[in-house]
Structure formats: C-alpha cells, structure tokens
Design a protein around this ligand. Structure first.
Ligand code: FAD
Length: 550
C-alpha cells in the first residue's frame, strides 16, 4: 500500500509541501522528475514534486514504449553508451519485471537498405556483447526463407535475410507512475495539477516556487534548498521564468504513433524496418492491436498540445504499405494514435534525426538546476547525476548523513516477487473470486503484484454490486494513484484509449458515474468531466492539417 498518494489526501499533501522548507523541489512528474524524486528520497533527502497536469502526461506517455538496448548508438560508434544502456535495461527489468518485458525484434535486411547482412550480423553480435545481453536473448541471423516464414507479409523483393534480437517493451505512463509511487513510499511528497508559475528569490538565489493548484485555483509558495527543473519539453519555458534561457536550448521534434487492429497488421513479433525516405520505423504487436511509429519532424507549435496531423498519419501508412504490400492500410483503419515531443538539445545545422538523445544539465546564476534531453531508458542514470550534484551542493547544510545512490537495487512498486509462479498464482486468485480471466491478465500487466490491493477492495464490495471489478479498480486508482479525472483513468492509468479504444468508449459512462460517486463531484464537475471525455474521444477521431507554427 502506498501511503500519501491518494486523491483524497491531495490537498493535505499540498499543505504539507507549503509547511516547511524542502531539501529539493522537483518540477515535473514525468519519468525524469519521478526518477530524481525516488533517488533523492532513498538517499535521505526531503523531497517535494509538483506536476502541472497528470503524472506522466507529457512525453513520458507518448514514447515508442521501448526500453532500448542502444542499437542505434552502436551505429554511431558510441560504444560506451551501448554498454551503459544495456546495463540500465537489465537493472530496470530486474526491478520492474511487471513493466519491462523482453520481446523479440526482427530487423529485415534488404538490398540497398540501412543495414547489410554481414554488417548487421557483426553489429548485433557486438551489441549483444557490449550490452551484456543474456545468452538466451542473443541475436540470431535468419536467411530469406526463415524471415518469410516468420513474417509472410513482409515485402519479398530485395529481401536478403534478417536479424532477430531483443528489445524490452514497457508501458511508459505506468512505469512513470510506479516509479512515482515508489518515490512516495520512500518519503517524496508529490502532487498533480499544480503548476509552477514563478520563482522566488533571496539575494538573487532561487529559494522557492509559486505554484497554482489547477483544481482549486489556489496559489501557494513552496520553499527548498535546491530546485530542479525536470519539465521535459517545457524546460526552456521554466528557464525563461528564471530569466536564464541563454546558451544551449531545446529543439523539439514531434513523433507520432498510430494504432491499428492486430488483424489489419497481423505480425508475429515487433519489426524495425526502413522507410522509403531512409528512416527507420517500428511496428509492435500488443494484445489485440499493432502500433506503428514513429515520425521525427521539427516542431514549433504549442508544447501543450502536439497533434497527429493528416501528414503524420499518411507518412506512417505509406511506410507500412511499402514494407507490407498486401496490407493496404488506409486512414479508416487507424483506431487510435498519440503524438509526443522529444526534448532534444539544439545543435545548429543538424536535422532532427541527427540530434543527440543525450541529456545535459544547466545550472543558472540563480542556482536553478535544469536537466534536459535524455531517454526513458536512461532516467535512472540521469537522476543519479542530478542527485549527486544536489548532494554535493547541500550536504554540509543538511545536517544529516546522506546515503549514496541505491536505485539499482530498489524494486519498483508492483514488481515485488513478480516471477512466473507468482503470475500464475495471481491469475488463480482472481479466478477463485470469479473475476473474468481477461480482466485479471490485464490487471497483472497494469499493476503487477499491486493487483492484490485491488483484490482486497473487490472482496469488500458487496457481491451483487454491478461493475464490481471496475469499481475495485477505480477505488485503487483513486486511493493509491492520485487519479483525479476520468480522462486520466481512461488514458494514462489503464492505457485503454491507446490500446483498447472500444473498451474505453464502452466503459466511459460507467467510469464517469462511479468516479462522480467516489470523488463526490457536484453537477458542474460532472458536466466538465463528461465534456473532457467527449473531447478526448473526438480528438482521437480527428487528424488536423499541419498545425501553424508559433
Ligand atoms: P515529460 O514526460 O514531458 O515530463 C515533464 C513534465 O513536466 C510534464 O508532465 C509536464 O506536465 C510537467 N511540467 C511542465 N511545466 C510544468 C510547470 N510549470 N509546473 C509543473 N510541472 C510542469 N525513450 C526511450 O527510452 N524509449 C523509447 O521507445 C522512446 N520513444 C520515444 C518516442 C517519441 C515519439 C518521443 C517523443 C520520445 C521517445 N523517447 C523514448 C524519449 C522519452 O519518451 C523521453 O526522453 C522522456 O519521456 C522524457 O521524460 P521527461 O520526464 O523528461 O519529460
């Protein structure tokens, strides 16, 4: 059970944040901010975190959802990075086994493509060795016949063979949330829907933040020894508030993913293939759907609302149809989609795909620490760097001895004892209660061993209550995951609007009703929640033309 992460206790947490000076206040509840909060709390620092929307609602729910092994770094000769990323992936798999899952990835090799057969064979071999890939996941080279047997829909013209290697799949929004929950378990005070609007200074040094609570409209001042800006694509906006946006800055690029029914693109495993314009795209099967991504285009519009345009959609459809000639995807086949912004560091003269995915730290004259760039995969190392820096700066004034980084050994909430035998046991326990097996399996994917908390709630709900399992799930989500809005439940907590749109549409009305009862929404609140859900579904069915630049 996570104490201190309940929607009911949200205002108390905000009051607590305002009641004392913190060692560190983190701006941003994406994977970077959550990772920093976890690391800092484990070392013994007093940590607060504010997120202006929902946890993980920024880039950290809009990625390709892969914990990469670093193959693309190998292509660029960044061997040390391949090693580091491989190690990180293994740590994450060990600590969050419910959310970081190995999946085979096929790299088809074509005449004139990005990777030749022997170069791929050697490259993947070196990659296995550098990244410390487990023996059973070592790469396997396939001849043309073997590739076609595995994936008969692939284009045959020019196909020379393929490489089969392993990537690790995740659910980025859930991973962010479970890291946040773990940070809270270790002492972090975190709130959503609280936005930093201003910095507070003494002797030109930043000593606090003014924040606005979007759910009540209240403005509060919070104080800390160190303030860390982990706002992803928004970091430059925050630096502007501090009047320190100078020198290096962000270059945002947009990446879009499309979701189709698995029967429309019935691949057996994930595939990473060349596009006609020489980029590379993933197609990834996930339950009843397959998702496709991504694009990589310069973005100069509103950071809050990246949209999937007709052009983005058509680009990906074209790429799939070129690689799978019999599939004939059309715009009508797109069930859902998402668009995210990569916060990359700007380098003059480089195009989006060439910009480094490395992270950088900026420290302003006022002492504001900003971390920009990076990847989902590298969040733990980024956090370690930032917290080392903070500890260095404040150790003498804290008056407590602080531990060194231990996030490599900490099991992430829901990952406790999550091995195969446990999984079977959890399924059995759900079935013994008469809960539909599909629901149980879905819950295990979403919550890992935290499913036990849902079972407890399920048992307390009277037997013949309609929608008993949805009610138990919602109670858990509200009491243990600070779920404030129906949209957040339908999108980030369950992933339904991405991966099971029909389920989201069928259950939306019921979710709205149950949440209204649980959170005691008044008529106005019910109305605005309903409108927000309708708006969400409307946006999923719309593809605007290219949005105007700012
Ligand atoms: P965010 O997740 O954006 O979090 C920043 C948070 O700050 C937001 O939630 C925002 O609401 C909050 N915030 C902003 N302003 C304020 C304010 N004033 N007050 C309070 N809060 C504020 N990486 C991988 O490792 N694997 C992949 O497969 C992968 N695929 C990707 C595909 C795409 C299309 C994209 C765009 C990125 C991908 N990445 C991938 C990169 C990865 O998703 C990002 O590096 C990572 O999610 C960034 O996390 P973050 O916490 O820094 O930013």
């Amino acid at each position: 059970m996570v104490h201190g992460f309940s929607a009911y206790g949200r205002l108390n947490i905000l009051n607590k944040l305002a009641s004392q000076e913190w060692d560190i206040l983190v701006i941003g509840g994406g994977i970077t901010g959550a990772g920093i909060a976890l690391d800092a709390s484990l070392r013994g620092l007093h940590v607060g975190l504010v997120e202006k929307a929902d946890f993980g609602s920024g880039t950290s729910s809009r990625s390709t959802k892969l914990i990469h092994g670093g193959l693309r770094y190998l292509k660029r000769g960044e061997l040390k990075l391949v090693q580091e990323v491989g190690r990180e992936r293994a740590i994450l798999h060990a600590n969050a086994p419910h959310l970081v899952i190995p999946v085979p990835m096929l790299l088809p090799i074509y005449k004139g493509g990005s990777y030749g057969y022997w170069v791929s064979s050697m490259g993947l071999y070196i990659y296995d060795w550098l990244a410390g890939v487990k023996r059973k996941e070592h790469r396997k080279m396939l001849n043309q016949r073997e590739v076609i047997k595995r994936e008969p829909l692939l284009k045959k013209d020019g196909l020379k063979g393929g490489g089969l290697y392993y990537e690790y799949r995740t659910d980025d929004a859930r991973l962010t949330l479970d890291i946040m929950k773990t940070a809270v378990q270790y002492g972090t005070k975190a709130v959503n829907y609280v936005e930093v609007t201003q910095f507070l200074y003494r002797a030109e040094q930043v000593i606090g933040i003014r924040v606005k609570d979007w759910l009540t409209g209240h403005v509060t001042d919070l104080y800390a020894r160190k303030i860390v800006n982990a706002a992803g694509p928004w970091v430059d906006g925050i630096r502007k508030l501090d009047d320190s946006l100078r020198g290096k800055r962000l270059k945002l690029t947009k990446g879009v993913h499309l979701v189709v029914d698995h029967s429309k693109l019935p691949i057996q495993q994930s595939i990473y293939f060349d596009t006609p314009d020489g980029r590379m795209v993933f197609v990834i099967p996930r339950g009843k759907i397959t998702y496709i991504g991504t694009t990589d285009t310069s973005y100069n519009s509103l950071v809050d609302q990246p949209r999937t345009t007709k052009q983005d959609r058509d680009y990906l459809i074209h790429a799939v149809n070129a690689m799978f000639p019999e599939v004939n995807l059309s715009p009508h086949d797109i069930q859902s989609h998402w668009a995210g912004l990569r916060p990359l560091i700007y380098i003059e003269g480089k195009n989006p795909s060439e910009l480094s995915r490395k992270d950088e730290i900026f420290i302003s004259n006022s002492g504001l620490i900003t971390i920009a760039g990076g990847k989902l995969t590298g969040f733990r190392k980024m956090a370690e760097k930032i917290v080392d820096l903070v500890v260095n700066q404040i150790q003498s004034s804290v008056g407590r001895s602080l531990a060194s980084c231990s996030t490599d050994k900490i099991v992430i909430s829901g990952g406790e004892r999550m091995n195969k035998n446990w999984k079977e046991g959890l399924i059995q326990r759900g079935q013994n209660r008469g809960i539909n097996e599909l629901t149980v399996r879905e819950w295990i994917e979403l919550y890992g061993t935290n499913i036990l908390e849902i079972y407890e709630r399920y048992d307390r709900i009277p037997k013949h209550t309609s929608e008993r399992s949805l009610l138990a799930q919602l109670q858990y989500s509200i009491e243990e995951e600070m779920t404030m809005n129906a949209v957040d439940f339908l999108k980030l907590r369950t992933g339904w609007t991405y991966f099971h749109l029909s389920q989201a549409e069928t259950k939306a009305e019921c979710v709205l009703q149950l949440m209204a009862d649980l959170l005691k929404w008044n008529t106005d609140e019910k109305h605005s929640q309903k409108k927000a859900v309708e708006q969400l579904f409307k946006q999923i069915h719309e593809f605007p033309d290219e949005v105007e630049s700012l």
